[in-house]
Design a protein around this ligand. Structure first.
Ligand code: SAH
Length: 391
């Protein structure tokens, strides 16, 4: 009887506890000041424990006084998503499916390279942008991820990678597989979840968070122009834009948001972003679809759009997924396309496909999106007038 009452009171307390994962530094400082009457340096200590050391349990935080830890545990928690499955590719790429709540799952991918380790994270459960060549689009859209769910992907990957790959030098310091770059190129449109994506990116760059430089955090967007202008005022990260077509007629078909924000508006927003943020260049992603957008004339049109601009093109061989009507352009076509761009003064590279044997390559992330609200931009734009469609 006593035990039951005790448990009930505990679960009641648990409901009110604030999740410290992903809490911006200033909010964490106010929280420790107001709820725990503690000095700001306590917030800094907590951040180091959570992000650098990967602690999820206050009792492990040995440089905090015992009673402070106990007090913390009554008002706060560090709650991380749960790993449902892990898959490993023969090329070393790893993909985790993470449970976000009772039914929804998202995917996070780690891509090791000799000189870096890139983590590709998701920003939404599903996606509403409805790009015709993307597996995530087929899932429909369910919801935005919270800041904790976005940061939680990095927290988990960091834990998994360090637990396994860590080695100790003779001086006692450790090294191993780590995350040197984060790209928001997983499931979802990050700028459609601006409110949660921006604070998460700040944690990635905070020196008490993951301490990455602004060039090592890349946000990839299908082209939400107003949010690019907003980002230019508020946050400094590397920008990648999914272009995929050199003219509006074709882009309207492949990337439906183009019907709302056509190419000239999108490019103007990109150049504004670079000016404001003192950035070096925008990376334009261009998926190579056999017979659709891969003709020499398309390369020449692209060169006319981007020549003399601070732009790099990243050609992505199309990754197939069940049910798609597209095929990957032949390797020789992709090389020819790149050469035309280079000859016409535009820097273009071909992205090496990674993790496709475990469906972890670009555009193959599908997760588990149930109960989707079926908001799909393409169908909305067809039925709703442009000014009414809000994305
Ligand atoms: N919504 C964001 C980020 C997610 S997609 C965006 O659109 O930029 C990351 C990149 O993979 C985008 O450039 C996307 O267009 C590309 N992509 C999507 N499906 C693909 C596929 N099947 N094969 C290759 N690349 C794909």
């Amino acid at each position: 009887m006593c035990r039951k009452i005790h448990q009930e009171s505990l679960s009641h307390v648990a409901d009110d506890r604030i999740n410290l994962l992903g809490l911006p530094r200033t909010e964490l400082e106010s929280f420790v000041a107001e709820r725990l009457a503690a000095k700001p340096f306590r917030a800094r200590q907590l951040m180091k424990w959570i992000y650098r050391r990967g602690a999820a349990d206050f009792s492990a935080m040995s440089d905090l006084a015992q009673d402070f830890r106990a007090q913390l545990a009554t008002v706060a928690k560090i709650s991380v998503p749960e790993i449902v499955t892990e898959q490993r590719s023969s090329d070393g790429t790893r993909k985790w499916m993470l449970r976000m709540d009772q039914v929804q799952g998202i995917e996070t991918v780690y891509i090791p390279e000799p000189d870096r380790g890139t983590l590709c994270i998701s920003s939404q459960v599903g996606c509403a942008m409805d790009c015709t060549f993307c597996a995530t689009a087929q899932q429909g859209f369910n919801r935005n991820l919270s800041v904790a769910e976005i940061v939680g992907q990095v927290w988990l990957a960091h834990r998994e990678l360090t637990a396994e790959g860590m080695q100790t030098r003779t001086d006692g310091s450790t090294y191993g597989r780590t995350i040197t770059n984060i790209v928001l190129m997983g499931m979802g449109e990050p700028l459609a979840n601006y409110r949660n994506v921006v604070p998460a990116m700040r944690i990635f760059m905070d020196d008490l968070g993951y301490d990455l430089s602004r060039r090592r955090v890349t946000l990839s967007t299908s082209g939400l122009v107003p949010q690019i202008y907003k980002l230019a005022e508020e946050c400094n990260v590397a920008l990648a834009v999914s272009l995929h077509a050199p003219n509006d007629a074709l882009r309207n078909e492949l990337v439906p948001i183009n019907r709302k924000h056509p190419i000239d508006e999108l490019l103007a927003a990109c150049w504004h972003y670079l000016d404001k943020q003192n950035g070096r260049s925008v990376t334009f992603e261009y998926v190579m679809l056999d017979g659709i957008n891969d003709k020499p004339e398309h390369a020449r049109q692209l060169a006319r759009l981007l020549r003399g601009r601070p732009a790099k093109l990243n050609l992505i061989p199309f990754n197939v997924f069940p049910g798609t009507r597209y095929r990957r352009s032949p390797a020789a076509t992709i090389v020819r396309f790149r050469d035309i761009l280079n000859e016409n003064g535009v820097i273009a590279t071909i992205r090496r496909t990674r993790g496709d044997d475990i469906d972890a390559a670009c555009g193959q992330l599908a997760g588990q999106v149930t109960d989707r609200t079926l908001v799909r931009l393409g169908s909305r734009l067809n039925t709703v007038s442009r000014s009414q469609a809000e994305v």
